[in-house]
Design a protein around this ligand. Structure first.
Ligand SMILES: Cc1cc2nc3c(=O)[nH]c(=O)nc-3n(C[C@H](O)[C@H](O)[C@H](O)COP(=O)(O)OP(=O)(O)OC[C@H]3O[C@@H](n4cnc5c(N)ncnc54)[C@H](O)[C@@H]3O)c2cc1C
Length: 333
């Protein structure tokens, strides 16, 4: 097979390279080093500045393949899928990884079909098999209870999507040098059967929980919607975002965009403080990259304590009001 190189699908939003691209570069770097090949970031966009493109090199790419066209000003599936398929056909990377964002989840399966490639969605681990160039793709299966290891030895490229925010990017190195290749594609690859009618920003609180530096989350232990308001209040005092377990969401105390975990969002704040959350494996899947976890639970055997940096064994109805009062006094709120 004459396929060579590791590609990551970069993402941009109105000209700004998105953090998920840098996260993928870290994953891709390990693979490219093991295979002794270049790490390439492919990006489709409109008027993305040279500085933004260079940033991909600073974060680990050896090369950037960039296609500039007004059709990429906003995400439309057809031109993305057709252009990427064409580029894969031209450059023949042996691995392509994308983020499991709405963009990645939309384009990756369609490209995999067009390229007759295998695709593993929502991977939590990627590695290279010893003695071969196969991509070992690990992902939770059966509700997160087992980890499945998947490979596609007979087809190239090997494709995987990775949960956004499931790893931190490398530190950028502004002295790193690389090549930016400006690709031009024929008009037939840029056609779209759909068009964008309007762009309406999601204003709902909680939509940005994945980017929050502080997340305060509550679970079923809150017992009522009224009590869950303590979580909201604490988040407000600390300028944090509100997170919730699936139980809390199912009970209607928080809306779905706030759900943290396997079927919700992955967060990687510097502090994740949670109260009344048991720490089910599906919840923990969403907080593994949090830098500090503070867990408040009245059960000394709660599973959340196994992952917590600070374990507070306490009744949250006694502990949280005290904490809120003390913080209010200290922060003059
Ligand atoms: C396919 C699948 C996907 C899933 N996806 C997700 C997901 O994305 N996110 C998610 O969260 N879950 C998910 N789940 C559900 C998950 O398995 C758990 O059911 C859920 O996380 C439990 O939520 P909880 O911790 O709020 O509730 P519980 O497990 O009921 O825990 C409540 C906790 O509150 C504590 N508590 C009670 N009273 C107090 C008190 N006074 N003070 C302090 N602590 C107290 C208890 O000790 C207990 O530990 C998923 C399940 C499946 C099968």
């Amino acid at each position: 097979m004459d396929y060579k190189g590791v590609w990551i699908l970069g993402e941009q939003d109105r000209g700004k390279v998105q953090t998920v691209s840098y996260e993928l570069l870290k994953r891709g770097k390990t693979l490219a080093e093991k295979l002794n090949v270049d790490l390439v970031a492919v990006l489709l966009g409109y008027q993305v500045s040279p500085a933004e493109l260079e940033s991909l090199i600073h974060y680990g790419a050896d090369k950037v393949v960039y296609v500039d066209d007004p059709v990429f000003g906003n995400f439309l599936p057809d031109p993305y899928i057709n252009s990427l398929t064409k580029l894969i056909d031209k450059y023949k990377p042996e691995i392509l990884i994308a983020s499991a964002t709405s963009t990645g989840r939309t384009v990756a399966p369609a490209i995999a079909i067009k390229c007759h490639a295998g695709l593993t969605a929502d991977c939590t681990g990627l590695d290279i098999e010893e003695g071969s160039r196969n991509l070992i793709q690990t992902r939770p299966a059966i509700g997160g209870n087992i980890l499945a290891t998947i490979k596609s030895p007979d087809h190239r490229p090997q494709m995987a999507t990775v949960r956004p925010h499931s790893n931190q990017p490398m530190d950028p190195d502004p002295t790193r040098k690389g090549e930016v290749i400006y690709e031009k594609l024929e008009a037939k690859f840029l056609k779209s059967r759909s068009r964008q009618v309007a762009f309406i920003e999601m204003k709902e609180e909680g939509a940005n929980i994945q980017d929050a530096e502080i997340v305060i989350a509550g679970g079923k232990g809150c017992k009522t919607e009224e009590n869950f308001k303590m979580i909201t209040e604490l988040a407000k005092i600390l300028n944090g975002a509100v997170g919730a377990s699936r139980e809390a969401v199912d009970l209607g105390w928080a809306k779905y965009p706030h759900q943290v975990g396997l079927s919700g969002k992955t967060v990687s704040p510097s502090m994740y403080l949670c109260a009344g959350i048991s720490g089910a494996v599906q919840h923990l899947a969403g907080i593994k990259t949090a830098q500090n976890i503070v867990a408040i639970n009245s059960d000394p055997d709660a599973q959340i304590f196994q992952l917590a940096d600070i374990a507070v064994e306490a009744d949250m109805f006694e502990f949280l009001p005290m904490l809120i009062e003390k913080l209010k006094a200290r922060l003059n709120k």
